[in-house]
Write a protein that binds this ligand. Structure first.
Ligand code: HEM
Length: 492
């Protein structure tokens, strides 16, 4: 076959650019941290036990140390382990490690829109804006505290109406927590009897489980292959679509009744911002929709899963529950509504909630980060744009900082005099530039909800709980706590 000179030139160009890109990628990766030897196409996926990504990544640490590389397909992932290493990257080198990495289970839907998965100026604009609005609507101030107290009151009434029957508490907890973020984002709370809203909220839990399932884990590692494989991961986009339809309806309602001089909620503030910054694509409709979805999702599932797991742990340890009841009796009494100022006078409650968050380890792998430039770290060279997994599970269970990392023990956060003691390992919200945007809100919710529940009820298990029961149902993107039944026995 004779080639024309143009075809020969094109062929030569294609071959040389292929050689260059292969050489460039090998050259740029030549000084990545060591790790298990990857296979062609699948990388290290076969080294990861089926459905046990968290466990497998923790085991690699024993062989390769606190910084190592694994390959998901042909993508290198630099994994960071232990308090010291994670802190050095996320806090001391915050700018360089502050990019957002790939998370294929969500990327195909979010397409880098919305604050959680954005990068660069889009992320900066959306983060600054969201933090300001959450503060204006009371995050860290009295008004949000009042909203949580009000919601805790409704939650108590709902639980009381169940009359000590054994119930699955998850739907009540999800609804209570969701109502707090809903009142900020949509300016409204929803009734516990609203079945269509309950159905919508169930989607959060389903997405969390689908992402953490065996197939969800494989999709995050080998998206191109898992695209063709049926399984629960295929439901994720459909569930998110339904949530987005609800949000779109709310945005439409807000648009129709917007008064730019009197914003009622986060959506109103976003619509006003759009008018002020017409030429800024970071505040376009897609980023509005996805940021609201981010807040709605992140603000609901994380806190309610922590509450669900926490109540189960407290049933397993009645002696801890009894100490909490005594502290509530002493500091708040039986009739006054708990408030956030009580926290500093209740070191035991504070320590128990910290320990619940440490033990629950809701997002064990963190949300993936990425390097924002070529980085030299601990003698290795990590090219710009490399995915970074700063494993929160290895910080929350750091054996260098805890005597018995796998045991539930509030003493991890108490000194010898019973006063609250900070512990470096407490990093459930991550750290650095990408630290959880809702940390203040979440911590306030956890304190007021746990304290109000325990002021009102003794938690009774259906059967004697074991160490196995308080282990997660699934451990992938999230540690999903097991579902169970509980009887709330009134104390007042
Ligand atoms: C127990 C409750 C919560 C936990 C354990 C938690 C944990 C986390 C973690 C680990 C991250 C990733 C941080 C990183 O990339 O380094 C994150 C990010 C985020 N969280 Fe939370 N979160 C909680 C509650 C909330 C709430 C209530 C909201 C709602 C306001 C929220 C909104 C966000 C947002 C918007 C981000 C993305 C931040 C960014 O990329 O700049 N979270 N959270």
């Amino acid at each position: 076959m004779d080639l024309t000179w143009i075809e020969s030139l094109l062929l030569a160009l294609i071959i040389s650019s292929l050689i260059f890109s292969t050489w460039n990628s090998i050259y740029r990766r030549r000084n990545l941290p060591p790790g298990p030897t990857p296979l062609p196409i699948v990388g290290n996926v076969l080294h990861i036990k089926r459905g046990e990504i968290v466990k497998s990544l923790m085991e690699f640490r024993e062989k390769y140390g606190s910084v190592y590389t694994v390959y998901f397909g042909h993508y290198p992932i630099v994994v960071l382990c232990g308090y010291q290493t994670v802190k050095e990257a996320l806090v001391d080198r915050a700018e360089e490690f502050g990019g957002r990495g790939r998370l294929p289970t969500l990327d195909s839907f979010l397409k880098s829109h919305g604050v959680v998965f954005a990068n660069g100026s889009r992320w900066k604009d959306l983060r600054r804006f969201s933090l300001t609005i959450l503060r204006n609507f009371g995050m860290g101030k009295k008004t949000i505290e009042e909203r949580i107290q009000e919601e805790a009151h409704f939650l108590m009434a709902e639980i009381k109406s169940q009359k000590e029957q054994f119930i699955d508490p998850s739907r009540y907890l999800v609804q209570g927590v969701s109502n707090v973020i809903c009142s900020i984002v949509f300016g409204d709370r929803f009734e516990y009897s609203n079945d269509s809203f309950q159905k919508l909220l169930r989607l959060f839990s389903i997405v969390f489980q689908d992402m953490s399932s065996v197939c969800g884990q494989l999709q995050d590692m080998l998206p191109a292959i898992m695209y063709f494989v049926p399984g629960p991961h295929k439901r994720i986009n459909k569930s998110l679509e339904k949530l987005n339809n609800f949000i779109l309806e709310r945005i439409k309602m807000n648009k129709e009744s917007l008064d730019p001089n009197s914003p009622r909620d986060y959506i109103d503030c976003f619509l006003i911002k759009q008018q002020q910054e017409k030429d800024n694509p970071n505040f376009d409709n897609e980023n509005m929709l996805m940021t609201i979805l981010n807040l709605f999702f992140a603000g609901t599932e994380t806190v309610s899963s922590t509450l669900r797991h926490g109540l189960m742990i407290l049933m397993k340890y009645p002696e801890i529950q009894a100490k909490l009841h005594a502290e509530i009796h002493q500091v708040i009494g039986e009739s006054r509504i708990p408030n956030i100022d009580d926290r500093s006078k209740m070191p035991y409650m504070d320590a128990v909630i910290h320990e619940i968050q440490r033990f629950s380890d809701i997002l064990p792998l963190n949300v993936p980060h990425a390097t924002t430039k070529d980085v030299t770290f601990k003698g290795y060279t990590i090219p710009k744009g490399t995915d970074i997994y700063p494993l929160l599970c290895t910080v929350l269970r750091d054996p260098e900082k805890l005597a018995c990392p796998s045991k539930f023990d509030p003493n991890n956060f108490l000194d010898n005099n019973g006063c609250f003691k900070k512990n470096d390992v407490f990093m459930p919200f991550s750290a650095g530039k990408r630290v959880c945007l809702g940390e203040g809100l979440a911590r306030m919710e956890l304190f007021i909800f746990f304290t109000t529940i325990l002021q009102n009820f003794t938690l009774k298990p259906e059967t004697q709980l074991t160490d196995e029961d308080i282990k997660p149902l699934m451990a992938g993107f999230a540690n999903v706590p097991k579902f169970y039944r509980i009887s709330f026995v009134p104390r007042i």
